[in-house]
Design a protein around this ligand. Sequence first.
Ligand SMILES: Cc1cc2nc3c(=O)[nH]c(=O)nc-3n(C[C@H](O)[C@H](O)[C@H](O)COP(=O)(O)OP(=O)(O)OC[C@H]3O[C@@H](n4cnc5c(N)ncnc54)[C@H](O)[C@@H]3O)c2cc1C
Length: 357
Amino acid sequence: MIDFLIIGGGIAGLSAGARLSRHGKVTVLEAEDAIGYHASGRSAALFEESYGPSSVVALNKASASFLRDENGGYLTPRGLMLVGRKDQGRIFDQDSSDLNMQVIATEDALARVPILNPDTVGYAAVSDSAFDIDTDRLLQDFARNIRGNGGDVLIRKKVTEIRKDGQWIVVAGQTFEARNLVNAAGAWVDEIAVLAGIAPIGITPKRRSMARIPAPGGHDVRGWPMMLGVGESWYAKPDAGKLLVSPSEADPVAPQDAYADDMVLAEGLARYEEMVTEPVTRVEATWAGLRSFAPDGTLVLGPDPSDPSFIWSAGQGGYGFQTAPAASQLVADLATGTPSQLDTGIIAALSPERLRR
Ligand SMILES: Cc1cc2nc3c(=O)[nH]c(=O)nc-3n(C[C@H](O)[C@H](O)[C@H](O)COP(=O)(O)OP(=O)(O)OC[C@H]3O[C@@H](n4cnc5c(N)ncnc54)[C@H](O)[C@@H]3O)c2cc1C
């Protein structure tokens, strides 16, 4: 008998599975040909402790030591630079304070990122607390943990039917029986809830597109910080000697295998180009992923009030990797009745119960 049957082989399902595999038999079911195929394979892979609403920041802080130290560490320094146009002073002040950033002179910003355009950039701030996360290794290590503790991570297992008859009976090509069900299906969590006869929580998947461009002007971009336009209007992040540029859109869409919207991408690239001296001459690749949000914008973690054997790990939004160590620990603690290290106020802010009132 499976103790914890987890639907979804992204970072939410695999991290929860790794934690739960110390408490019982875990099986992860992933519909696609590979783990991390959807949102978890398409992220910008950034850890920034101050990014997100307060309950997310609490999870970021509680995740930092795991990401820094576990298995040799998953973080490498990146740094973040916020840039604003000369007419964006007010929004720049708000963003730089929200993100705990240090305001610097535009000349200093240019010294760090020589393609910034002195004619348009009026404001800059930096943070040293942003890191690249080795997301592939994190996913693989959590999957290895599950297998090492006697669990299974199964691909090409799309869940099509769920019933409860004393225990959960789940059909995904073959039939699985389990004491507890963990819903970590990303953009599809509400569809899974409906299949299981549990009320949905109102998750909205939001598309975010990305383009990979060659290093601007042939510069060595590896040591550049991630650049962020004020109001999260675009960002550009060095990646393996190239630059990833995103329009930072958050367009609501149905759950799907997302693809980049060309028009949105073109507008975002134009917002980036306005702030730099090197035009975008070639786009090497484009893609998009879905960031899935609960109505109040924070994660949904823990047993459903109507049936505690149905456990949510949902609504990871744009924070799924940076919060994964603490979020998965909380899911496991709540599922096994283990006291959590997190404050009760934070646990309540993340609980499915808050969405049922
Ligand atoms: C462009 C972009 C940039 C981002 N940048 C960052 C960042 O810098 N830092 C950060 O921390 N986060 C970032 N994120 C967010 C992060 O990627 C997500 O929060 C995280 O990947 C969500 O993980 P998940 O496991 O919930 O979802 P997913 O990775 O989508 O996994 C859910 C899985 O469930 C499976 N599934 C669905 N239905 C079924 C079914 N019926 N049967 C079986 N399996 C099913 C799907 O196939 C899927 O693989 C970004 C996201 C995007 C899109």
